[in-house]
Ligand binder design. Sequence first.
Ligand code: BGC
Length: 704
Amino acid sequence: MSDPRRNPDVPIEERSDGLLSRMTREEKVGQLNHLRLRRVPVSGLEDAAREGRCGAVTVPSGRAGHLNDLQRVAVEESRLGVPLLYGADVIHGHRTIFPIPLAQAASWDPEVVQKAAACAACEAAADGIRWTFTPMMDIARDPRWGRIAESFGEDPNLASRMAEAAVCGYQGEDLTAPDRILACAKHYAGYGAAEGGRDYNTAEITDNTLRNVYLEPFRAAVAAGVGSVMAAFQEIGGLPVHASRYMLTEILKQEWGFDGFVISDAFAVEELISHGVAADRREAAGLSFRAGVDNDLWAECFADFVGELVESGEVGEERLDDAVRRILRAKFRLGLFENPYTDAERYEQVVLCEEHRAAARRAAVRSMVLLNNDGRLLPLSRELSSLAVLGPMADDLHGLMGCWNLAGRAEDVVGLVDALREALPDANVRTSGAQTDVMQAHARRANVVLFALGENNCRSGENNCVTTLELPAGQMQMVESVAALGKPTVAVVFGGRPLALGRLEELCDAVLFAWHPGTEAGHAVVDVLLGEVNPGGKLPVTFPRSVGQVPIHYNCKRTGRANNPGAGIYLDSPTEPLHPFGYGLSYAAFEYTDLRVSEECIPPDGSVEVSVEVRNVGERSGEEVVQCYVRDCVASTARPERELKGFRRVRLDAGEAKRVHFTLGEDELAFYGADGARRVEPGRFFVWVGGDSRAVLQGEFTVE
Ligand code: BGC
């Protein structure tokens, strides 16, 4: 333990300074370089590791043994023995796939997100991965954008709470623990505002909206101690984020005090050339490195040019030291110098273990949103003797995992038909291929028809954007033809984005939105259909009626004609969405009464307690997400109609009532004004509490 690099008792700053002082410029630049392991053998990478030309490697899954071999080269054969940092896109589970992040947000339960992250971290770490490129916390208001699936939805407050939970779940209290990994807040920032919902596209975001909306989850993640941040591909106001010193250095590192490191997105340093702000790779490297990117993902521009740029004085040596210190700090925090290798034996013990499967099932169940149950057909009776399960998602095991499932395997996934047969062993569960006449024949013989509809996993995620929110081709025709038989019908819709389901809801007695639930998909859906668990998920994003309403979100600013119900409408469609943000039904029903506000008047640094009584007026126990919204009535800049400022998921037995409390203080009431400063402004505030963003129970108070 005399070597301070490997002595955990020496403070991290001292260890990294000591190491830095011994590094040549080439070795420093090597730490900025992030390569990719795509295949084995890895001889090119071994040379890079041996010569200190690489600090981090993106890895495929299932390679712990190979990763140890490569690590051994870095640790034992390079001059200073700096271990490599292995990263991967472990987005919603590793081998045990959890619901997509948008679904997890629909649980409105940060514990679901934290647990999902912890299970993923445990499995990924056992696979040799010590860094994940997640959580993604881009605010997404446009369901055409395929990456909405990876987001926590449209609301800064909900996304911030989920982002904090994810960071905690991945990193834990102690990053040196063998089941914890470094998290990465991405994509900083504004990526979700891509014009036209097309991936990588320009985002026109004012500073006011950037600060009050898009940056909020990142600010929360930094406060929660996230170890790395990934820059966003797109540009804002003419400057790609990868070249924005304002975004990466002034706000992130200086204003927020972020002491982790910034990684570029894939090849994005080099892409500054395509953006048209750099003439060549050298210029791109200089722009991006000076702006604040520390780790160059795959483009090798830093490796090729940062040394030269420092030599020529175009970049200061202290900027190089700062970037390297940030990366070394992460490696020390992870305990990589003491424990660079992975115990490959652990993998088989932890993956798909009972605990992780149970957590995935619970997460999936808690994330499902009951959109419609007008016919009160759900929950289904266990006495059903026959059921027809129709539609493309009935047996699409791979599709149920959702986007990003690198280590996931279709054969691990529990499908809907198998889960139904397991739960209803005496019922005749018939399923069919795509032929409508066979479907009709099955439907005729069934007590209940269950449609399994929606999007395959390849229809959302990166670069999978669409111009229609209707169900994929053919699905509605199939539903129409079967619904004509007049049987009781339930639709379970899987998907990575809000879909325009108005017609489906008219045709079916019940519609359950199940997102992409992951490995335990079938079990979770059946738990909800049979009422084993009462659904309690709520929409983390507005569901429009049609793509023509997009972009649409509840927390829009008030217009000059906000008080005129005839103004700002569509002529050819209702203006209201199909389902508002925060919406979701239960097999129980909840009533809100007696909203109380503790103070009429508070100082700007004071707080007020808001409470409400929530009663379960249904016949079975259930969970309700109680939501608190605020409007700042008069402020120096226009403020949203209402903004979510607190939520609690509470369990209530039939007939039971609980008083649910929220505290509204500076954190909830402040906003960034025109001068870029965050403060609470005096004046009147309205507050609403209810079960979705249309909550009507209202109170008010004043800040003086
Ligand atoms: C995506 C990132 C991802 C990276 C590495 C990029 O194309 O935008 O979210 O982490 O690839 O796979």
